[in-house]
Each structure stands twice: as C-alpha cells, then as structure tokens.
Design a protein around this ligand. Structure first.
Ligand SMILES: Cc1ncc(C[n+]2csc(CCOP(=O)(O)OP(=O)(O)O)c2C)c(N)n1
Ligand SMILES: [Mg+2]
Length: 562
C-alpha cells in the first residue's frame, strides 16, 4: 500500500519476487536488468546462466519449465529481443510456461532512431498469452505477479514483459512497494477445475459402450500430472492408449495397453489402432495436424469424445458425442469413481487385435532396433536408450528425424521417466536439455539430437561446462540433415547429383573432440556395441557429456501409416 511500504528499487523487488516464486535459474544474454542481476547475487541463490544466444536462453528456460513444472525465466536486452521471441515459439507451440523479460523503449527517446531500437512488442504477440510493457517502477509487483499467474494458469504458455530502457534500466528506480509472491502460481497447475457431473457421466457411457475405443492423450495430461489416473482407467476398462509426441510420457511404452505415438512422427501400432477404433477419446490434446497426421488418423467423422481444460479446444477438429471441460486428473479421478468394470468384457477381442498390432511392430522393426550395422543405424540408438536410460531420467528430443526416430522407436520403461520433445524447432533439444537439468538437478537428463540440430547451439557446450550443467547429449551424427533426403530425391527426379547433396549434407565432424576442447567429456561411438558403455560412462561422469554417434546417412525413419 502506498505510504506504508519502504522505498525499494525495482531490482530488489524483482530479485526477491523471483526467489519467492522458487526460481532457481534465469537464462540470458547480457546486458539486461543489470541491477537486478547484482541484486540476485546479493539477495538470492538464483543462478544467472549467461548463454551464447537469446534463442538458446529461451530454449533453456523452456526445458527448465517442462522438466520442473515451474516457469522458466529468460531475458534479453533490446537488440536481442526478437532472438528471444523466436525462441519462445517452441514454448508457445508446446504450451510451456516461460516468462521472457526484455529491455525496451523509453518514451523520452522513442521514434528518434535510438541505436539498436525498434518496436519489439508486436513480435511477441503470436508467441505469448500476455505481452505487456512495464513503464513505471511501481508496477513491478503487480506485473510480475500477473506474469506468473498467466504463464501457469489454464492452458500454460509464455508471457513477455518489456521493461523501460534498452537494458530495462527502470529497475534502478525506486518506489514504495513490497515484493509480493502468490505461491499458488509458482508451478503448473495452480487450479484443477471440476467438470460438470452430467458431462463426465455421458463421456464415460460412450467409453463403456464402445467395443473398440482408444484414448489419445496429449500434453494436457502431462501438465495435469494425470498419467497414473489415465493408466488406471485404461486398465479398468481395457482401453488402449495412444499419445501425442507432447504426451509420450503419460504411459510407459512397455505397458501392454500402450500403442505408442500416433500421427505423423509416430509408431505404426498407434496409427493402425486409432484408424481401427470405433470411438476416439481425446484427452488434453489440441487434435492438431502432427497428432492426427493432418486429420487422417483418425478420420474426421469417427465417433469422438474429448476432455480438455480449454473450452475452445473441445470439438475444434472432430465433432463430438460428449465433451468434458476440466482438469484431466480431476476428470479421470471422477470417472474412476463410477466405472462399470464389467463393460471391459466386450473389449477382449479388441485388445487381442491391439496386441497383434504391437507384436507386428516388434517383428517388423526388430532387425533395425537390434542392428549391428556400421555406420550405426539410428534405430539401434533408440533401442539402447530404451534399455539403458535410468528409471528417473528425463529424455529430451529434437525435431525432424530425431523426433521421428525417438517418437516412434524409443520406449519409456517406467512411469518415473519423462520425455520432452521439440515442438518443431531444429536445435531446440540441446539447450532445452541443459535447462531441464537446471530445473531438475537430481535427475539424469539424456538429450537426443541430430547433427544439424546440434550445430545450432553448439557454443552452449561452453555454457554447460562453465555452469556445471551435467546433461548427457547423444548426437546422431550422420553428417547431414538426412530427413531432407526424400524431399530432394523427389525434386531431383529420383537420383541426386553432388550439387543436390550440397543442400542437406555437411563436412564430417567429430563432436567429441569439439566437446573436449570446450571442457566437456566427449565420447565417440562408431560400433553399436559400444553404446551401452558410452551411456554408462556419460551418466556416471558428473560433467557435461557429448556422445558423438557415427550413423548411417542413408537410414531413413519410417513414415506415417494411414
Ligand atoms: C528452425 C527449423 N529450421 C528448419 C527445420 C527443417 N528441418 C527439419 S529436420 C531438418 C534436418 C535435420 O537434420 P539432423 O538434425 O542432422 O537430423 P537427421 O535428419 O540427419 O537425422 C531440417 C532442416 C526445422 N524443423 N526447424
Ligand atoms: Mg543429421
């Protein structure tokens, strides 16, 4: 209250509030909010991770958020603001609570061609839930609270605060104000909205009456922490579960009712199961193009029901027989309280068919998964990770081929393992894995990326070494971006010329040696039999580790089955 509070600088208030919300790391390229960084050092234990690009700062904050459930904080001065905005796009697509802070314009000088300055605010509009300017220091307490509240509430997502001054120098000013923290908004989910009883009943009836139902579970189930309830419902009613890429860790892949990831970067078991179903129950998924292979799996017109925390998600792409608005865990718990287990008997045949789909996949892909080929087949890396990643690990995966190989061929073994994937940006995984390790320092983090993906932020090996961020990164190093191979084959009429290969191949590079030069542990693997020992050595190293796996440039991941 004005007149009652001590005078404080914006920097003191911001530092105290970040600490109060439980923020342990912020990710940035200097210089932004300089005084705040000095106050963080004096007043808090927050680690100030200075990285090599604003995009990687945003990806680290995103990885931190997805691993810990707490908002990830990233920052940039005015000239770096759009690099940071670019890095928020993956968080936006994945619905990850990231708080971005930038320096911005001063009303005293704007429109006078200040060095490095443009109006950055509009560029944050498509990638944020809240995009505001903090022009007066007295607004620090309420705007920062609103940023946390917005980032984690409902469907989570990024927010942006632009502070006055190219480096946010408004933090130097003083006002009578108190740091205020609302602990409820320090992590996802702050609320668990209750569904309407009649809607739950109707959806459950649909599930129980179906003979061949399937559940498609997405990132909303993950954000709600509803994996156990989901699996309990599926077991009680004998319903197979497919997931989106974003929801891959809501059920272990080894569970007999798991059919894997459905859609474009998928496993054929899931696509066959979803295509054959007589009822699809979508939970916490936006039913987007990736998860449905552009609405081909399942086809529009299939009988469908949906559970989501966002009203506008319900029925967006598939007309529904029943829709339930609410938190996934709350809805599933209510369903579990009133199920008719007897109804499972009508699904015995369906589960036999689903088991056959599972067995077909294993038989068809075993030779790739267990391949002894040199150069190494990427499927073999997935197989070794399935077997050797620790029970409490977080696996972080890049997009493109990395997303296809791992989405389709890697299996979580336990419900204590986690999986996070790029929502589309090549290069996201390596920094996101570092952020995940900062957010959950007691858990092993294993990142899987292609070499093209790794090149983007390779400089942040040095960041990992400097800050002792001991993640293990496995590089599927085939000397090119070979997901592009099929596309260039097509446009070159079947056979590629040397010039065509210029469009997707690189110089052969030893990433283990580069890692060593930067102070990390580098391990090069050329024979697949060396993979388990390399992983064991990497996981035990207590240092940042790059495992450079030399793979076959001609190996192409299976495409979606429709
Ligand atoms: C920011 C961004 N730019 C471009 C792409 C398109 N893209 C997808 S995969 C890929 C190549 C991937 O190469 P690599 O990481 O080496 O994996 P590989 O296909 O060789 O296994 C490209 C360029 C993308 N997904 N994101
Ligand atoms: Mg590659």
């Amino acid at each position: 209250m004005l007149g009652h509070n001590a005078k404080r600088t914006g920097a003191e208030v911001l530092a105290d509030m970040l600490a109060g919300y439980g923020v342990t790391h912020v990710f940035m390229v200097p210089a932004v909010l300089r005084r705040t960084f000095a106050e963080m050092e004096r007043r808090t234990k927050i680690a100030r991770i200075h990285c090599h690009s604003e995009a990687s700062a945003a990806y680290m904050a995103d990885g931190y958020a997805r691993a810990s459930g707490k908002p990830g904080v990233c920052m940039a001065q005015v000239i770096g603001a759009l690099n940071l905005a670019a890095g928020l796009r993956d968080a936006w697509l994945a619905k990850s609570p990231v708080i971005a802070m930038t320096g911005g314009r001063d009303p005293k000088t704007k429109f006078r061609k200040v060095y490095q300055e443009i109006d950055d605010v509009p560029a944050f509009e498509p990638v944020t839930k809240m995009n505001v300017t903090v022009d007066d220091v007295s607004r620090f307490p309420d705007m920062i609270r609103q940023a946390f509240r917005t980032a984690v509430s409902g469907c989570p997502g990024p927010v942006h605060l632009q502070f006055r001054g190219n480096e946010g120098q408004v933090d130097l000013e003083e006002a009578e104000m108190e740091p205020m923290v609302e602990e409820q908004f320090a992590r996802v989910p702050p609320f668990r909205p209750e569904p309407e009883a009649a809607h739950v009943k109707r959806a459950l009836e649909c599930l129980q009456n179906a003979e061949k139902p399937v559940i498609v579970a997405g990132g909303g189930v993950r954000a709600s922490g509803a994996g156990r309830e989901l699996v309990a419902l599926a077991e009680a009613l004998q319903i197979p579960i497919a997931t989106s890429l974003n929801g891959k860790d809501v059920i272990p892949g080894v569970h007999p009712l798991s059919v894997g990831v459905v859609g474009s970067y998928s496993r054929e078991t899931a696509n066959r199961c979803v295509a054959a179903a007589d009822l699809v129950c979508f939970i916490g998924t936006e039913t987007g193009g990736m998860t449905t292979h552009f609405w081909a799996v399942p086809k529009i017109g299939v009988e469908a029901i949906q559970i989501d925390i966002e009203p506008e998600a319900l029925g967006r792409n598939y007309p529904l027989k029943a829709s339930v608005l609410g938190d996934a865990k709350t809805v599933l718990t209510k369903m579990l309280g009133q199920i008719d287990k007897q109804s499972a008997t009508k699904r015995v045949k369906w589960i036999e068919q689903v088991t056959a789909f599972r067995n077909d996949y294993q038989a068809k892909f075993r030779s790739q998964l267990e391949s002894d080929a040199v150069p190494i087949h990427p499927a073999r890396i997935c197989h070794e990770l399935t077997q050797h990643v620790p029970d409490d690990a977080i696996v972080v995966v890049d997009t493109g081929h990395a997303g296809m190989w791992m989405g389709g061929m890697y299996d979580l073994r336990t419900n204590t393992q986690s999986y996070m994937r790029s929502a589309g940006h090549l290069g996201w995984a390596f920094p996101a894995g570092l952020g995940a390790k900062c957010g959950t320092p007691d858990r092993p983090v294993v990142t899987f990326t292609g070499d093209a993906g790794f090149w983007y932020h390779i400089g942040d090996i040095e960041t990992a070494v400097r800050w002792k961020i001991n993640a293990v990164t496995v590089v599927n190093n085939n000397g090119g971006g070979n997901q592009s191979k099929r596309g260039f084959d097509r446009v070159y009429g079947g056979t590629q010329t040397e010039q065509a290969r210029e469009l997707w191949t690189f110089r052969k590079t030893n990433f283990a040696r580069i890692a060593e030069e930067m102070g990390a542990l580098g391990i090069r693997v050329e024979d697949p039999k060396g993979l388990p020992a390399a992983l064991a050595q990497g996981l035990a190293a207590n240092r940042p580790v790059i495992i450079d796996v030399v793979t076959d440039i001609d190996a192409l991941a299976p495409t979606a089955v429709t």
